[in-house]
Design a protein around this ligand. Structure first.
Ligand SMILES: Nc1ncnc2c1ncn2[C@@H]1O[C@H](COP(=O)(O)OP(=O)(O)OP(=O)(O)O)[C@@H](O)[C@H]1O
Length: 468
């Protein structure tokens, strides 16, 4: 008889890996595996469909799987890989993702076994395939906060009246802040209202690859037919067009054709249009011709709301104090926040314990210890000095010009936010300054961060850099 914890070990591990690995890799390699755990969870056997997959999983994923299993179990776990009996592997549901390959898989697309899904599932998959939309990414599950309020309002407007105002809509911001989610939400809403609309979500890299294929196969007519006939084109991460001249030309053509027929274009990027490098000026000026909106890193309360909502979506309840604890420690972006939540939920399920601050601390111990280990006041001083192009020595000096005093205040603020040091200790490390000077700097920068978008973004970049 297998104990409860051994039964939840692999599902818990799947939860964590689903969050940590790119979707394509997870769906291709990890999701199809079935597991048998020893009753005491000391050993876990994964059944793999063929020898090729077994070698690949051993080489690419075994170490990571073991680390995750051991973190969940709290003791060493031996991992074994075995070939699945033929019948067992053939009856597994197909798990191939609908999107095109991201190049991670070395296996020909026809190799993985799998029965076709049932008709409704197939239709849904075909619908999703046509538009490449992820139907889970809707406005309903997108938490609103000051960080994304304007972008969300603009996206809602576009979904409700495409082809009119805000065309193109250009959404920019740092990684994992919800740009892609917002884009899918526009497409899903439009399709819900107009099921016949021709919508396509595509990552810029895929667009580049489509251009290359059309070039090689001389099928530009089909390419044009496909892109120029859309009602809504959602194109993600356009910074990937940098230096790809032919792609930029084709995108320019598609762009002009779509705007001429009043189709809508929504784009995302990691920076605002004029901040894009190696993109033709005529494209940049068109990107900026509709509405450009930023998504910013979520503030504390928004991070808390996201955690509570997402936990609810997984059928779990996260007490507010735990959500605050996690949100205070995981600040960089929503994707990391989701990763932390997955770990906590998996840890709670596996150990059959209620979610508490103590449990969160244990589940996130690697993440928390990496943060504490890596960030020292000295590394903050160096990073900030490099960023604002001043000397590290100016962090300790008595110089007062604003070009030096302000980065110094920013470094003090980050030292308070990212380390466990007290105000007097920080003052000491900044050339023996009084703790009231540090307090003044911390309050000033915290206040301005709420008001000034540019400062907020700079701090976000610095935090990401410091956290590695
Ligand atoms: N406001 C929000 N409410 C709920 N979930 C969110 C929110 N913002 C982001 N997310 C979730 O965070 C994850 C990362 O978001 P997304 O992929 O849209 O980020 P991104 O800005 O496109 O990042 P990248 O630039 O790395 O592609 C997704 O799972 C998304 O659903």
């Amino acid at each position: 008889m297998i104990s409860d914890s051994s039964q939840t070990l692999w599902p818990g591990c799947l939860d964590v890996l689903a969050q940590e690995l790119p979707e394509q890799q997870f769906n291709t390699w990890i999701k199809p595996l079935s597991a048998q755990a020893a009753p005491d969870s000391s050993r876990l056997t994964l059944l793999v469909a063929n020898r090729f997959k077994m070698d690949w999983i051993r080489a690419q994923y075994a170490a990571r799987i073991v680390a995750t299993l051991e973190q969940l179990a709290g003791h060493p776990v031996q991992l074994e890989l075995a070939l699945a009996p033929r019948a067992a592997s053939a009856s597994k549901p197909s798990s191939m993702p609908n999107g095109a390959s991201n190049g991670a898989s070395p296996e020909p697309a026809s190799t993985p076994p799998g029965e076709p899904a049932g008709a409704p599932a197939r239709e849904a998959a075909e619908g999703a395939h046509r538009s490449r939309l992820n139907s889970a990414l809707t406005f309903d599950v997108l938490v609103e906060g000051s960080a994304n309020r304007m972008a969300r309002a603009a996206a809602l407007h576009v979904a409700g009246a495409p082809g009119r105002l805000y065309n193109p809509l250009f959404i920019y911001g740092g990684v994992g802040l919800g740009k892609t989610h917002l884009m899918h939400a526009v497409g899903n809403r439009l399709l819900a209202d107009h099921p016949d609309a021709k919508v396509l979500y595509i990552h810029a890299e895929q667009f580049v690859s489509d251009v290359v294929k059309s070039y090689q196969r001389k099928t530009f007519d089909e390419f044009k037919q496909r892109y120029h006939s859309l009602d809504l084109l959602l194109i993600d991460d356009v910074q990937f067009f940098a230096n790809k001249d032919r792609t930029q030309e084709e995108f320019f053509n598609a762009f002009e054709a779509l705007l001429a027929k009043k189709s809508h274009i929504v784009m995302t990027s990691d920076t605002y249009p004029k901040g894009l490098t190696d993109i033709h000026e005529r494209l940049v000026s068109r990107f900026d011709a509709g509405l450009t909106v930023a998504i910013e890193p979520p503030e504390l309360e928004m991070r808390v709301a996201i955690l509570i909502n997402k936990a609810g979506g997984e059928g779990a309840q996260m007490p507010e104090e735990v959500a605050f604890f996690v949100a205070k420690n995981v600040r960089s972006n929503v994707r990391e926040l989701e990763g932390a939540l997955r770990k906590i939920l998996a840890y709670s399920r596996f150990n059959q314990r209620e979610i508490s601050i103590q449990l969160a601390r244990e589940a996130l111990r690697d993440l928390l210890s990496i943060q504490n280990r890596q960030i020292s006041v000295e590394s903050i001083q160096k990073t900030v000095a490099d960023y604002y192009k001043i000397k590290v020595a100016d962090m300790y000096s008595k110089k007062r010009p604003a070009s030096i005093a302000r980065p110094r205040q920013i470094a003090m603020y980050l030292a308070k936010e990212l380390t466990q040091k007290s105000l007097p200790e920080i003052g000491e490390l900044f050339g023996g300054r009084d703790h009231t000077t540090v307090l003044h700097a911390v309050r000033k920068i915290a206040g301005e961060r709420q008001q000034l978008t540019e400062l907020n973004q700079q701090l976000h970049v610095l935090e990401q850099t410091l956290k590695g």
